[in-house]
Design a protein around this ligand. Sequence first.
Ligand SMILES: Cc1cc2nc3c(=O)[nH]c(=O)nc-3n(C[C@H](O)[C@H](O)[C@H](O)COP(=O)(O)OP(=O)(O)OC[C@H]3O[C@@H](n4cnc5c(N)ncnc54)[C@H](O)[C@@H]3O)c2cc1C
Length: 423
Amino acid sequence: MDTYHEPARDIPVARDADVIVVGGGPAGLAAAVASARNGAETVLVEKFGYLGGTATASLMACINGFRNQVEPDATQTVRGIAEEIVLELKEMDGLGRSPYDQKEYPTEPGQLAYSYAIDTEKFKYVTMKMCVEAGVDLLLHTVFCDSIVQDGRVRGVIVENKSGRSALMGRVVVDASGDADVAARAGVPFWQTRHDEAPRLNDALMYRILFGSDRPEGTYRCDFSESAVVWGPGVEPIDGTNADELSAAEVEARLRVFDDFAKKQAEHPELADATVAETPPLLGIRQTRFVEGEYKLTAEDALEGRLFDDVVAISSCPIIHYYGYRRYLEHEGYDIPYGCLVPKDRDGLLVAGRCISSEQQPYESHRAMVPIMAIGQAAGTAAALCCLTGAQPRDLDGGRLQETLLADGAELRLPRTPEQDDS
Ligand SMILES: Cc1cc2nc3c(=O)[nH]c(=O)nc-3n(C[C@H](O)[C@H](O)[C@H](O)COP(=O)(O)OP(=O)(O)OC[C@H]3O[C@@H](n4cnc5c(N)ncnc54)[C@H](O)[C@@H]3O)c2cc1C
């Protein structure tokens, strides 16, 4: 490949904050809110003009994972910021009918169902309002470009936006880009699961349909009475960190949308009056890089329901695809330990979201947006505590982190019962 030498130049320092969160998806927005609520001056960098990531920018209008979907499902395993969002959406009439066959719950604190269909516009509103109220400095329409690393420590990030190129300095950076962009650029080891090594689910372009004047019978995926979000064209799993593959997949999926809808209309004649109202800006990409962390979650951890002393979040979601079927957990969830959020080899950095240190199998459980928000809340809280105490993320007092998370309403199943301690 030909190369071009880009000359070095001085760039302005646009922010000097405590915590810089890169990515405003489910993980990043929860991280930013948690960090700011815990007293850290927090900047959230997001390339779109709103928050929600895959939930909104890819119209994945169904957030899963507050509890297991089958017996035993007595325990709600995620609370905290994710629960607050659902309760706010309920107040605004922003919840639709989830496509899952699940037990009914009253949608009250501690009484949430496994899954909720979300009105994506109201989700954008609620999450932005939450950030503003927490005092998060939202830097939107801004793309992360590079990590600033000095002496093995991430000191900030370089971004591009309409104002040009600038540096944002921070005492701790939280990589919630989904793709581990910050960690990769900072030289943290990472890996990707290739499709020929492990079965991966298709990436997919969702779209919203508007029903005609007569609302048809039946329930559709993420159903909001006058509209629904219907599963759209899938493409073979791609490398979402490769611009050429990303472009080719967008083109392929977008050119298939109207054929796809025509097929659905042929199968469901009652949709004759419905129309395609919206495709989202971004094809839904399920997974890219996984960061090498101080601990890597294993298949056994997830299947056996392992408990960790440094638990910071819980996933009770099924492993959706790896085993060739939707494999439900035979327990009420496994712990996500803090070590999965702490990258190897670099200080000043935490990771949150789908790129945490995990094997493929557990990833297919905790990648659901509800546990992802719990992981984000943990990362943001940890970042704020690092600023408060002067500790590096790997040296943070785990007990203090857990106490703070519990005080902020997170669910950690602590203190343990004697039976749990023995397991
Ligand atoms: C096809 C598909 C179906 C799914 N179905 C479900 C489902 O039914 N229920 C469920 O709960 N989950 C589902 N998921 C999984 C879930 O959506 C993701 O695992 C989850 O959104 C991951 O959250 P995240 O915050 O880690 O990353 P993301 O949602 O990917 O958010 C990352 C954010 O970072 C921003 N960003 C990335 N790079 C940069 C950069 N360089 N500069 C600035 N900003 C950047 C992005 O714009 C985005 O806002 C599905 C995912 C896909 C793709």
